[in-house]
Design a protein around this ligand. Structure first.
Ligand SMILES: Cc1cc2nc3c(=O)[nH]c(=O)nc-3n(C[C@H](O)[C@H](O)[C@H](O)COP(=O)(O)O)c2cc1C
Length: 178
C-alpha cells in the first residue's frame, strides 16, 4: 500500500506537526509506504487550460507536475493537509490539485481513501471550516474517491498545534479511518 501526504504549508509549523502525528499513527498500518509532498517545495506551474493533456494524456509542462500526478495515481491513501489562507486551502496546494485535471479521467473511480486536515487561526465557528472540507468532499465525489476523515483544527502561532497534546493525540488516532 502507498500513502501520499500533501502538506500545503510553506513553513514548518502546525500542518507539519499534524502530519507528523498522523504519520506516527500510520506506522500501525502494516506494509505501507509513505511519501510526503511539501507543496511549496515542488515545481508545479499553474494550469494554463491549454487542454493539450486531452490528447497527450499528461501535462505539457516539463516541471514536477507529471511526477506528482503519477504519485497520486499510484497512491491508495491520499491526505490533504492545509493551513487556511483567506478562507481557502493554500495556493501552493491548489496549484497541485488543479493539475489533477491533466489526468482526471484516469484518476476517476480508483479505490482511494482520502484524509483532510485543515488548520486555521480562527475559532471553529468560522465558515472556513465548512467551506474547505466541503470543497474536498466535492473533489472526492467527482473523482469517486472515499473520504475517510475530514478534520479541522484551530492553531495560530507556529508551534500551537505541537503544544496541544490532546489534538496531537486525536490526530495520532486518525489512521484507524483508513
Ligand atoms: C497568507 C495567510 C492567510 C491566512 N488566512 C487565514 C484565514 O483566512 N483564516 C484563518 O483562520 N487563518 C488564516 N491564516 C493563519 C494560518 O491559517 C494559521 O496560522 C495556520 O496555523 C498556519 O499553519 P502552518 O503553521 O502549518 O503554516 C493565514 C495565514 C497566512 C500566512
Amino acid at each position: 500500500m502507498k500513502a501520499l501526504l500533501f502538506n500545503g504549508s510553506p513553513r514548518k509549523g502546525n500542518t507539519c506537526a499534524a502530519l507528523d502525528a498522523l504519520k506516527k499513527g500510520m506506522e500501525n498500518i502494516g506494509d505501507l509506504e509513505i511519501q510526503e509532498v511539501m507543496a511549496a517545495d515542488v515545481s508545479v506551474s499553474p494550469c494554463m487550460a491549454c487542454d493539450l493533456c486531452d490528447s497527450d494524456g499528461h501535462c505539457v509542462f516539463e516541471d514536477d507536475t507529471n511526477d506528482v500526478v503519477d504519485a497520486v495515481l499510484a497512491a491508495d491513501i491520499i491526505v490533504f493537509a492545509t493551513p487556511v489562507y483567506w478562507w481557502g486551502m493554500t495556493a501552493q496546494l491548489k496549484v497541485i490539485i488543479d493539475k489533477f485535471y491533466s489526468r482526471s479521467k484516469r484518476l476517476k473511480d480508483l479505490k482511494k481513501k482520502v484524509g483532510v486536515l485543515v488548520i486555521g487561526e480562527a475559532g471553529q465557528d468560522d465558515p472556513q471550516y465548512e467551506l474547505i472540507p466541503k470543497q474536498f468532499a466535492c473533489i472526492c465525489d467527482y473523482l469517486g474517491w472515499e473520504m475517510a476523515f475530514s478534520k479541522t483544527y484551530t492553531a495560530a502561532a507556529v508551534d500551537d498545534l505541537a503544544n496541544s497534546g490532546e489534538t496531537i493525540k486525536e490526530i495520532g488516532e486518525l489512521w484507524k479511518a483508513f
